[in-house]
Design a protein around this ligand. Structure first.
Ligand SMILES: [Zn+2]
Length: 380
């Protein structure tokens, strides 16, 4: 039976007037999940909410991802503020990257939660397979475990680089989770799949020369932050371990399905990860106010089911999703609920949610051309 362990944190102190990255996002997800609980009748232990995560990250982990200067400045900024303040890009029409008196603690808690969920995943896969005494489940070879984890916390993380906050992101939660899996559990090869509409520039920067982390990033081409071209493929020992799939405007589920089947799945099989982490943004939904892709709530069911199957095939089911963007709150709630249904092996409810026809036709010829270029670039 597919199981899910999740954590959800509204972080009410981290908010800025009129800003799209706000506590209402997680509140909308909470409401959607409550409706889902009624629908699912989840009283059978299939869904577990994580208890309070540890207050601190493991020794040295923060420093393994972020510079000491960035961490110190973020901490000092939160300590001296008396209210919400733009800390970067004050004139960005989508809203600045901001901090409040609680932001450092909130960012740390989101990071600690992602890390604790890695621990929960490993414990779950170790409990019924023949893992080693130190808790490592790498290469255990046991029956695939179908426990997924989902960190529904904010602020998000995938734009945060080693030294800089940006794009509403303060600490890079997915990167911290990946490094933790390697350092604490011996899960040496981590695949990060980023399906947020924006390119995960922070994650790319952090692992650009690192062959142990394969980043596959599906995003809208030619929008903020401007990185993520298909010829950005990694450097040095990490050459080839960054795969960007910049999708044309109005790409929707058919585009994502083709990219998944012809790029994500073959690249993942070749890499053979010990853990899959998804930077799960929901701003590629057609109702999202920031950009122009056209996924629907049900598209996230398809994506989550596909990545879950891949995790079961390749790494004993070890799969962690970490919330990134998603700014139409109704669409966000529905899309996360669809994701959860897929992770639990339940059918989609999208027929009740999604329109039969999207506002724009998908540019599938252009999509095919991009996918062919990516496949050629990476020898897939
Ligand atoms: Zn985004």
């Amino acid at each position: 039976m597919a199981r899910l362990v999740y954590a959800i944190e509204v972080a009410p102190g981290h908010q800025f007037p009129g800003h799209p990255e706000c506590p209402g996002r997680v509140e909308a997800i909470q409401q959607a999940l409550q409706r889902l609980a009624v629908f699912l009748g989840c009283a059978d232990g299939q869904v577990t909410q994580l208890g309070a995560p540890p207050a601190h990250l493991p020794e040295g982990l923060l420093e393994a991802v972020h510079t000491a200067e960035h961490v110190a400045e973020l901490r000092a900024t939160s300590a001296r503020l008396s209210g919400p303040t733009a800390v970067r890009d004050p004139d960005d029409p989508d809203g600045p990257t901001y901090a409040t008196p609680t932001s450092f603690d909130d960012a740390l808690k989101a990071a600690c939660t992602a890390v604790a969920l890695v621990d929960a995943l490993v414990a779950s896969s170790s409990s019924s397979s023949s893992s080693s005494a130190d808790g490592s489940a790498a290469g255990s070879g046991g029956r695939p475990q179908a426990t997924s984890a989902f960190s529904i916390c904010r602020p998000p993380g995938h734009h945060a680089t080693a030294a800089e906050q940006m794009g509403f992101c303060l600490l890079n939660n997915a990167a911290l989770a990946a490094r933790h899996a390697q350092r604490a559990h011996g899960l040496q090869k981590v695949l990060i799949l980023d399906w947020d509409v924006h390119h995960g520039n922070g994650t790319q920067d952090l692992f650009y020369d690192d062959p142990s982390v394969l980043l596959i990033d599906l995003h809208q081409a030619d929008v903020w932050p401007g990185s993520g071209a298909l010829d950005e493929t990694g450097a040095g020992a990490g050459a080839g371990a960054t795969i960007n799939v910049p999708l044309p405007w109005y790409s929707g589920q058919a585009a994502f399905q083709r990219a998944f089947e012809r790029v994500v799945a073959p690249a993942a099989r070749r890499f053979a990860p010990d853990l899959i982490i998804v930077s799960a943004g929901y701003d590629a939904h057609f109702k999202d106010p920031l950009e122009k892709l056209q996924l629907q709530a049900g598209s996230y069911h398809w994506l989550a089911a596909a990545v879950r199957r891949l995790a079961e095939e390749l790494c004993g089911g070890r799969l962690l999703l970490v919330l990134e963007g998603g700014y139409n709150q109704q669409a966000l709630g529905q899309s996360v609920a669809e994701t959860v249904l897929a992770l639990l092996g339940k059918p989609s409810a999208h027929a009740l949610l999604d329109p039969a026809q999207l506002p724009h036709p998908e540019p599938l010829e252009q999509v095919e051309a991009v996918i062919e270029l990516v496949r050629r670039q990476h020898g897939l």
